[in-house]
Design a protein around this ligand. Structure first.
Ligand SMILES: [Zn+2]
Length: 605
């Protein structure tokens, strides 16, 4: 190509990549929540990507888009103060969430979004301020997601570790204190290391936020100088003395708290029915995006364990401690954007006023994370705005009725409309019939040279090694035949080892034509198989599109052969129209395991 021409094209390309300035908007006569207080009737003028007048009195400027605010509430764009953002970056905008504080994601994703924000070219997705890689011990919480990350063990490593994160672009530092659950300890940083990391972080002028999951660690983190807590903790009610002592400590340390009710509820088996049951909100989630809201971490509902977080939120709210709405989206039971609406309702149910909950998702996170350009409706602030029907100051449910969202002064409604159409199209009746299953439904055809199946890519070993763990498994087809049809069983010898937060080893079946490709198994209703073994408990874990943590049902491998039948509807939240994996796993208890499996069938009863 002619070098001059190519230079010109390059220059034109550059010109096009600078976004066109947005328009002038006048939102007239709305209730305005400015981030801290409610104004009964105001007009707000927006020009390009900024709020130019938060209490506009004059006549509408020529060419301005005029939006009627009567009967409506205008709020700053919402901020989710605890997410793990690695996908669906546009989704938060659909629900009025214009900024996400990320508590651990891939470095590449963090750098990419930061670069777009710097060049003012991030209008179609939520802004993100990220911790990048969190700070945890080898094998500790945060290492279980299949992403190789650096870890640390000693206080002496703290400064270099923190400096490396800051060099990568971490906006703040997220530290993990997580001992695991009873019977399943997780390696965690010792207190001197936590203290050293916080000191190293403060030395560089950054914020240190600490993940905790119990009162003792929450207190220890605050004593160590944490700027904020990334969670509250599940449990029964605290004693009056424990509660008063904790509130006093948070106040003394001038810390902020991100309760993350959404994920705490998921841990105790509670679903976000308030938002998923709202047809208007649900219509904005694709099937894959809705999937995480159909599952929960806890397999049984134990709402009593929300007593502690509810009680602590109420007490902290009363004491004026900065509370930040954060969902932990990216985890089971939550989704970007929509879960913030649920989080705010949970905060109100715990005892905050609706206006306190609004502040928790706007001015409070902006102040806590030093985001000086957002979280308020005031002159010069970013034109990240949310307009809802009704009075959000007295009814937090008004946030379900979104009229318009603005990101950097751009109306989000065209994106919302496109999303609604995409979801509607997806919900149209499936035209493809379910996958044809083999006669008798048998999907295991084990022979000495092949672990075959008539459908999908078939059978393979599965261990936590893919996520950095140390467990191992050996599969061996047996000579002796089993069952009426003379099936050859497969011996599964698993060694589950520590080194990963939720260690496992076993056998996986993938029904799709490629790895993790979904298959429609609605032609069957029950999984049946024959098993014998060492008397230990095992899990069948199933994954479907959009679900990253398997939904389990247990079985026992006793000394005699027996048949196990697991109905599909016992795997709550799994879409059997899009199954990606069926696994037969040992773990998470460390140890040696042995079972034999034969005659695996997908049948109707
Ligand atoms: Zn988290």
């Amino acid at each position: 190509m002619n070098p001059v021409l190519s230079k010109m094209l390059f220059a034109c390309g550059l010109g096009l990549s600078i976004p066109a300035l947005a328009d002038t908007w006048l939102i007239r006569d709305a209730r305005v929540f400015d981030g801290e207080r409610m104004h009964a009737k105001r007009s707000v003028l927006v020009k390009d990507d900024k709020i130019v007048d938060a209490d506009f009195r004059g006549g509408a400027p020529a060419g301005a888009h005029i939006v009627d605010g009567a009967g409506r509430t205008l709020l700053p764009g919402l901020i989710d103060a605890h997410v793990h953002a690695y996908r669906h970056f546009e989704l938060p905008l659909m629900f009025g969430v214009t900024t996400q504080i990320d508590m651990f994601t891939g470095v590449a994703a963090m750098q990419q979004i930061s670069a777009k924000m710097r060049s003012n070219d991030n209008r179609t997705q939520a802004d993100m301020y990220s911790a990048g890689t969190l700070v945890t011990a080898p094998g500790g919480h945060g290492t279980e997601y299949g992403m190789a990350i650096p870890t640390l063990t000693r206080p002496e490593e703290a400064q270099a570790f923190v400096d490396a994160r800051i060099a990568e672009g971490s906006y703040f530092i997220k530290i993990v204190m997580e001992p695991g659950r009873p019977g399943h300890a997780t390696p965690t940083l010792d207190l001197p290391t936590v203290k050293a990391v916080i000191a190293a972080t403060h030395l560089r002028g950054k914020l240190a936020v600490v993940h905790v999951s119990n009162l003792a660690d929450a207190r220890a983190a605050l004593e160590a100088g944490a700027d904020g807590l990334a969670h509250l903790f599940n449990g029964e009610r605290l004693s009056d003395a424990e509660l008063a002592g904790f509130v006093k400590l948070v106040q003394q340390k001038r810390a902020f708290v991100i309760p993350t009710m959404s994920v705490l509820e998921s841990i105790v088996g509670m679903r976000e029915d308030d938002v998923t049951g709202d047809a208007g909100l649900a219509a904005l989630l694709t099937k894959e995006q809705a999937a995480p809201l159909k599952v929960t971490y806890g397999q049984q509902v134990n709402a009593a364990l929300m007593a502690a977080p509810n009680q602590v939120v109420a007490a902290l709210g009363k004491a004026g401690v900065p509370l930040l709405a954060g969902t932990d989206a990216g985890n089971s039971g939550t989704q970007y954007g929509i879960s913030v609406l649920h989080e705010m309702r949970s905060l109100v149910q715990a005892g905050l006023t609706p206006q306190q909950a609004l502040a928790a998702a706007t001015s409070a996170p902006a102040r806590a994370f030093k985001l000086a350009d957002r979280g308020r409706i005031a002159k010069g602030y970013k034109a990240n705005l949310l307009l809802v029907q009704g009075d959000a100051g007295s009814d937090i449910g008004a946030l379900h009725h979104i009229v318009e969202v603005w990101k950097d002064g751009d109306a989000v409604s065209p994106l919302r409309k496109a999303q609604l159409e995409k979801v509607a199209q997806e919900l149209a009746p499936r035209t493809q019939p379910p996958l044809a299953l083999p006669a008798g439904g048998r999907i295991s055809q084990f022979s000495a040279d092949k672990l075959a199946s008539p459908i999908g890519i078939g059978w393979m070993p599965s261990t936590d090694q893919f996520a950095g763990g140390k467990s191992s498994v050996e599969l061996k087809v047996q000579d002796a035949k089993e069952g009426e049809d003379g099936q050859r069983p497969l011996a599964v010898n698993a060694k589950v080892q520590a080194g990963f937060a939720y260690p496992w080893a076993g056998l996986a079946f993938m029904p799709g034509a490629q790895i993790m490709q979904p298959a429609d198994l609605r032609g069957a209703k029950v999984l049946r198989f024959r098993v014998k073994g060492d008397g230990q408990r095992y899990n069948v874990g199933i994954l479907s599109s959009g679900i990253q943590i398997p939904v389990n049902q247990g079985f026992e491998a006793s000394a005699e052969w027996k048949e196990v039948a697991l109905p599909f509807d016992g795997f709550k939240g799994i879409d059997f129209g899009a199954v990606t994996m069926i696994a037969f796993n040992a773990g998470p208890k460390v140890g040696e395991y042995q079972f034999q499996i034969a005659d695996v069938r997908l049948v109707n009863e």
